[in-house]
Design a protein around this ligand. Structure first.
Ligand SMILES: Nc1nc2c(c(=O)[nH]1)N[C@H]1C(S)=C(S)[C@@H](COP(=O)(O)O)O[C@H]1N2
Ligand SMILES: [Mo]
Length: 318
């Protein structure tokens, strides 16, 4: 594979996607050609019909989680995305409208009292929805701050009833190339996979997102169910989840499969630990365009630093 040795922000905005730039140009071109056949739908903020959970929005904001910066304008956050099932660049919002978010089921399996599969609307209605303002830091050194709606993952873990022997939770995105043609390409080991330790999954910050900007989540942000771990790099935030598997084996995430020397299991934000191809010291706020210093644990150390005591020998920051 060709590794392009450039620092993240030296890559022009139009082609900035260091997460995938280690892939060969030929593979990329194949991807672009295959995607060119896809019809784009111009209305990218809107589902086919009314969302069956629309009455739950806007949910009450939990004022505990404060921002140190402006909320990123919706029009910017919703048109600058990473969702490789829909393409290789940031401008996948129209392609992502092919995602069909109903019917949608979520499976709970592995080390649980009893396996179960639930419909997304039943699941969302069983959970206490709230709004939280969180910062998000992508490993590519851009960041945003958005109002997510969702529920604490601890509530979902309670609902799933894992056995006490479970140490990790593995999450999987949908696998259906009829609504994501890029899944026919051999670029990625689909479906997208991510994982957390049980302690991380039940940390109070860990949030399962069903909505954004006071409305049900738009497809490009990973509707109808997406993970947000604001102290970790954005790639941990797996979109459009269909399965939670409780296990005693550490899950290997999609990016770790692709390039283990650059993307690991922990992926905690740390300005002092550079990515092998660029510095993580600062980030570009996609809302204002300003460059600002990156904070340890993306500023969430008071909530999460304790999770990593005794794990200092691990590669916690990549
Ligand atoms: N299924 C899936 N989830 C994913 C990704 C992806 O390509 N596929 N990209 C990740 C990356 S790299 C980032 S930075 C965030 C981007 O979230 P946003 O587009 O809502 O800002 O989603 C993450 N979740
Ligand atoms: Mo990312």
């Amino acid at each position: 594979m060709n590794i392009i040795h450039r620092r993240g922000w030296e890559i022009p905005e139009s082609q900035a996607a260091p997460e995938h730039l280690f892939m060969s140009r030929r593979a990329l071109l194949r991807g672009v050609t295959a995607l060119a056949g896809v019809t784009s739908i111009s209305k990218v903020g809107c589902a086919e019909g009314a969302d069956p959970t629309a009455d739950l929005y806007p949910a009450k904001r939990n004022e505990k989680y404060k921002l140190d910066r402006e909320i990123t304008p919706e029009k910017i956050a919703s048109y600058y995305n990473n969702f490789y099932e829909y393409g290789q660049d940031k401008y996948i919002a129209s392609h992502a409208q092919q995602l069909k978010t109903r019917p949608w089921t979520v499976k709970f399996d592995g080390m649980v009292e009893k396996e179960k599969t639930v419909g997304i609307d039943d699941l969302i209605r069983a959970m206490p929805l709230e709004e939280r303002l969180y910062r998000m830091r992508c490993v590519e050194a851009w960041s945003m701050a958005v109002p997510w709606t969702g529920f604490a993952m601890a509530k979902l873990v309670e609902f799933a009833k894992p056995l006490s022997s479970a140490k990790y939770v593995k999450m999987e995105s949908f696998l259906d190339s009829s609504m994501a043609p890029a899944q026919r390409l051999p670029l990625f080991p689909w479906p997208y996979v991510e994982g957390l330790t049980m302690a991380e999954a039940t940390n109070e910050l860990t949030f399962l997102v069903t909505g954004i900007y006071g409305k049900p989540a738009v497809k490009q942000h990973g509707a109808p169910l997406r993970l947000v771990t604001p102290w970790k790099y954005g790639f941990k935030g797996i979109k459009s989840i269909v399965r939670f598997t409780f296990t005693d084996k550490r899950p290997v995430g999609t990016w770790e499969v692709l390039q283990a020397s650059e993307y690991g299991f922990w992926a905690n934000v740390n300005p002092q630990v550079a990515h092998p191809r660029w510095s993580q010291a600062t980030e570009r706020d996609i809302g204002t365009g300003d460059r600002r210093p990156t904070l340890l644990f993306n500023g969430y150390g008071e909530y999460v630093a304790d999770l990593y005591k005794g794990l200092e020998s691990e590669k916690l920051y990549m």
